[in-house]
Design a protein around this ligand. Sequence first.
Ligand code: GAP
Length: 485
Amino acid sequence: MKNKEKDILMEIAKRRGIIYPSFEIYGGLRGFYDYGPIGVRIKQNIEKIIREYYVIDENCFEVECPTLSPEIVWVASGHVENFADKLTECKKCGEPYRADHLLEEHLKESCDHLSLSEIHEKILELKIRCPKCKGELEKPYDYNLMFKTYVGPGKYKVSAYLRPETAQTTYLAFKRLWEVGRKKLPLGVLQIGHSFRNEISPRQGMIRLREFTQAEIQFFVDPENKKAPRFHEVSELKAEIITKDDERINLTIGEAHEENIIENQLIAYFLGKSLLLFEEIGIDRNRLKLRQHKDEERAFYSKDTWDIEFHSENFGRIELVGISDRTDYDLKQHMHFSNESMEVSYNGRRFVPHVIEVAYGVDRPLYCVLESCFTIENGRTYFRFPERVAPYIAAVFPLVNKDGLREKAIEIYQKLKDERLFVLYDDSGSIGRRYARVDEIGVPFAITIDYDTMKDGTVTIRYRDTREQDRITLDGLIKKLKQFK
Ligand code: GAP
């Protein structure tokens, strides 16, 4: 995607109500985006598919917890002490930068794993200055990413934080979920909701947000059984893999597991499942890579982490999901700080379950869907969204606004709505303009009501990607559209 195409994509996203900067009339604030009417529909469709993959396929529960939690939760989880990025500021103009990212731009390689002093040394060695004013940079230091606040008034107020991940809030109720799930492992729990990180310098549009949506699944498992019973469903999938030693290999998920490259079978399984999910929502599979975290880069709670990254022409590599073996770290921490046991009796043994976490963002995959589906062809711009992700499944138009065609179109539009289908109606401007408008928001089918409709009840269906047209009966149309619900 050339720079110009990126600008066209973002211009359409704003103009057509997909996404746009929040608080725009007050000049905006970096790291915050609104979803407009079209974007909300796309986002909900993506979340629906995530639910199908986990609540239906993997028998997960779904929970919803507060976004604000008392300080003790984040002390116990280790986030108060460890959840930090490396910040450097310009000595002259005060502009803040993520020190590892600044270095990465110069070295053109990942610097996530370097320590504060290593980054500082390299900044000095390479004579890196403030990109804005060329001023000298301060020594980098750890900057905690959580937003702190207080709950309650006066002397009763307690310190609290906005959650930087949904995961902890799911762990807190583990004992209740264990009871609700009738004391069986594995126990999978999905939570979709907002998380907050006071990112240092979010300059990458909706890729690095300060408030964003996560869809995180916590699989509580027996530490002696990290096997995936349905591994065969993903074992033949091919993937480009980057190991923690920077080895790049092309293997199937099955081969990568057999050769101990992805040691943990559950991690390998969820990597495969995520590739399928990303493809289903419309992300270009050929631009996805599996990348293992280096030892120095891995989060403090994880024994092994793998990401799936999308290679964006606009933003470079974008992490879409992190899959980690969090062991019993989190449950044990909460057990220690709350004095509540997190142990279970299972298969004749007593232990604290381990957690395999599948942590999706929703906003980043949504951006990658936009980038993957955006098409400019013969002067026409449209999104090739999969039918189930498109904001509306069809748009209904009368050919002309006379001779009863308009009334007939409204009647058919209402019939489709009665089938609980998300459909649009448009009778303004020429038919060509209407096609262009719905193409721009990726509506897969355009239905035109014409003089033949008045005679035999059939309608014209136009396919977004090929622009071919067919005639179809109303019953046939309803059946066709309902298969994408
Ligand atoms: N509970 C584990 C966890 O939060 P993470 O890798 O920090 O792991 C998971 O986050 C996913 O959340 C990422 O893969 C990414 O898709 C999304 N995410 C993280 N930070 C984000 C941000 N600042 N803006 C948008 N999405 C973000």
